[in-house]
Design a protein around this ligand. Structure first.
Ligand SMILES: NC(=O)c1ccc[n+]([C@@H]2O[C@H](COP(=O)([O-])OP(=O)(O)OC[C@H]3O[C@@H](n4cnc5c(N)ncnc54)[C@H](O)[C@@H]3O)[C@@H](O)[C@H]2O)c1
Length: 244
């Protein structure tokens, strides 16, 4: 499904991002750029995969991002798919949340997404083709206790995505922007949550389980592919019915 496509995925070393990279690579993408700041985990993730290029990079480093996208432009002349997946949490109730934790989450989850999209979108518009999928969360639409900073960013990326859907298509370019909003998914991000919290979340989820990275990759694959060519500015919730 991704024949001849050049894909860029952030937060690619583990969890959802890693599964998305593997999905694109196994579906014949020409090249999947797998971006992550965790050099150690990234170095072990995609061994032997000729069409995956792991890149150690911090999405907050604007200069490095610009120079990488320029390099991809000179190598291939295009980026067809961008998946803004990298994201972090620094949870605390509002009275305990430090300014540092506020700033860090805003920087990675919002500014990082801005950095990548600003670098990639003009190239997509120039080529009159492209799909940007950004990872939100059900917390971005419905909020969550202890996640003021995270909720702000996950709601923020929905607003950014809707703006891009309008902005990128205004001169008729077939460049789309959508979000996926996962519920609770089994990844390293949720691995440290207490058993009690995990059981509570499963109990609240009508389908009675946590999601898997494959559940999320299914939605990302659809929105990134030409099968969703008339869909833009949307938020696809993949949460087992958690938020209805
Ligand atoms: N796991 C869940 O339950 C869940 C639910 C809703 C939304 N999400 C969102 O899905 C996305 C992926 O989540 P996950 O659970 O796979 O997370 P994860 O923590 O398992 O993986 C995230 C990856 O992003 C990388 N990363 C973090 N900051 C970075 C930066 N500044 N530059 C480059 N790479 C960076 C990390 O090194 C890590 O490899 C995130 O945006 C997250 O907010 C996850």
């Amino acid at each position: 499904m991704f024949n001849n496509k050049i894909c860029v995925v952030t937060g690619a070393a583990q969890g959802i991002g890693r599964t998305v990279v593997e999905r694109f690579a196994s579906q014949s993408a020409t090249m999947v750029y797998a971006l992550d700041m965790n050099a150690e985990v990234l170095s072990k993730a995609f061994m032997g995969k000729d069409n995956v290029k792991p890149i150690v990079i911090n999405i907050c480093d604007r200069e490095a991002i610009l120079s990488l996208i320029n390099q991809i432009k000179s190598d291939y002349g295009r980026v067809d798919v961008l998946v803004n997946n990298a994201g972090i949490t620094r949870d605390a109730l509002i009275d305990k949340m430090t300014e540092q934790d506020w700033d860090l989450v805003i920087d990675v989850n919002l500014k990082g997404v801005f950095n990548l999209t600003q670098a990639v979108a003009p190239l997509m518009i120039e080529n009159n083709a492209g799909s940007i999928v950004t990872m939100s969360s059900v917390v971005g639409t419905d909020g969550n206790i202890g996640q003021t900073n995270y909720a702000a960013t996950k709601g923020g990326v929905i607003a950014m995505t809707k703006s891009w859907a309008k902005e990128f298509a205004r001169k008729g370019a077939q460049v789309r922007a959508n979000c996926v909003a996962p519920g609770f998914i089994e990844t390293p991000m949720t691995a440290d949550l207490p058993e009690k919290v995990l059981d509570m979340m499963k109990g609240k989820t009508p389908l009675g389980r946590m999601g898997t990275p494959d559940d999320i990759a299914n939605g990302v694959e659809f929105l990134a592919s030409d099968k969703s060519s008339f869909i833009t500015g949307q938020v696809l919730k993949i949460d087992g019915g958690l938020v209805l």
